[in-house]
Write a protein that binds this ligand. Structure first.
Ligand code: PLP
Length: 421
């Protein structure tokens, strides 16, 4: 029996309605920007497996570092103990993070990094004798699937059963360059009416909202407004971190730096699950006290797993090489020229690009949306290209090591898909 068949017996997949979905494709190996299925078919991973494997799958530098670590120290409690991989990672990361970031708190995935950020923001005020429990967030944001993270994400039909249990969140549209003053005014109103503890946002690109972009100047104004009102700013860089926007972190495009940053996904180069919530000295100091209860009593069993830390260190080292930086520039240039090729196509609208992130919307009638996504997905997969269209948006976010030839195959396949409509 194939993996595809055996899978069906016991496995419940994420984000899947099993009654109406097709069965899951068995993947047996991966290398560079390529995936192979159990039938021997090859696919170009056009989204770096949800933006994780940015330096390529099974990169020998990363796997060798992790393998060596595995033989020396596999796992140890991180409460009361520390270890070389965590310490080295903290030094490496602080070096490349916006320079107001001083402290690192480890967890396991993007959602937990957000939970921790929310707790930090609320307890920061609590520890200072102020009760602030509301949060400010962008419409259509995505911050994860645990309760806090789900609460600050945009509202969706999937929240139905939990609606009454979500945190108190006020939402503003993203500033897009045309509406900046209105968004700022709305934020100011909400801030004056509610006890807002923190503002969480995806800087410049909202991944799950189909690579919707926001305006750096408008966002900077919002960050300043928050600073003036002592509202903790939380940049969720789980998607945008580690070079994807053309800079190490999207926050670097703004003058005002966030108080807290959430990292995961490419943090461990696609090898192991891990997340880090980083913060300023000021946040840390609000928890530093003779009173035990003022500490941050949050912890996950696998906190700062040494293997995951090794993968992260190796990933950052690769990111900093001239070769990887040149790859990022090369992909940016290729995207730009592809953008100019298709931007006037009658079936194409809203072409957008930042760093290695490229997206556009299909300019087609609404009633066709339902099937469009699956139709496109199948069309791409049949031609050996793995992309996950979101609604009527097609986006590319390839591993930095993708070859020009592979990138061109993606472009040509996308161009051919436009003829479907
Ligand atoms: C993926 C993602 C998350 C959630 O991360 P998980 O590891 O899937 O829990 C949070 N925020 C952003 C911006 C993401 O892209």
């Amino acid at each position: 029996m194939s993996l595809q068949e055996r899978d069906k017996k016991h496995i419940w997949h994420p984000l899947t309605q099993h009654k109406t979905s097709t069965s899951s494709l068995g993947i047996v190996s991966a290398n560079t920007a390529l995936l192979w299925d159990e039938g021997g078919n090859k696919y170009i991973d056009g989204i770096a497996s949800w933006y994780t494997a940015m330096y390529g799958h099974c990169h020998p530098y990363i796997t060798s570092k992790v393998a060596a670590q595995m033989l020396k120290l596999d796992q140890v409690v991180f409460s009361g103990f520390t270890h070389e991989p965590a310490v080295e990672l903290s030094e490496k990361l602080i070096e490349i993070l916006p320079n107001n970031q001083q402290k690192l708190f480890f967890s396991d995935n993007g959602s937990t990094s957000v939970e921790i950020a929310i707790k930090m923001a609320m307890q920061y005020h609590f520890n200072k004798g102020e009760k602030r429990t509301a949060l400010l967030a962008f419409e259509d944001g995505f911050h994860g699937d645990t309760f806090g993270a789900m609460s600050v994400s945009g509202l969706s039909v999937y929240n139905g059963p939990f609606e009454d249990l979500l945190l108190n969140v006020h939402r503003i549209p993203v500033p897009n360059g045309n509406n900046n003053p209105e968004v700022l005014k709305l934020a100011a109103e909400l801030i004056s009416e509610h006890n807002i503890a923190g503002f969480i946002y995806e800087p410049l690109v909202q991944g799950a909202a189909a690579m919707k972009m926001n305006n750096a100047e408008g966002l900077n104004d919002l960050l300043q407004l928050c600073n003036e009102n002592n509202i903790i700013t939380i940049a969720d860089e789980v998607m945008t971190g580690f070079g994807k926007t053309g800079k190490n972190f999207a926050s670097e495009y703004m003058e005002t730096q966030p108080d807290i940053i959430c990292l995961s996904k490419a943090l461990t180069a696609g090898l192991l699950p891990m997340a880090i919530t980083t913060c300023t000295q000021d946040i840390y100091d609000a928890f530093y006290s003779d009173e035990l209860a003022k500490g941050l009593f949050h912890g996950h069993t696998y906190t700062a797993n040494p293997l995951a830390c090794r993968a992260a260190i190796a990933g950052i080292e690769l990111l900093q090489t001239d070769e990887m930086q040149a790859n990022i520039k090369r992909i940016e240039t290729s995207h730009l020229s592809f953008a100019s090729t298709i931007k006037d196509h009658p079936k194409v609208k809203n072409v957008r690009q930042l760093g290695v992130i490229f997206a556009f919307d299909l300019n087609i009638e609404m009633e066709r949306y339902g099937n469009t996504r699956n139709q496109l997905f199948d069309f791409f997969m049949k031609r050996g290209v793995f992309l996950r269209p979101l609604g009527n948006t097609i986006y590319i976010l390839p591993p930095y090591v993708i070859s020009e030839e592979e990138l061109n195959t993606i472009y040509k396949t996308i161009e051919a898909s436009l003829e479907l409509f």
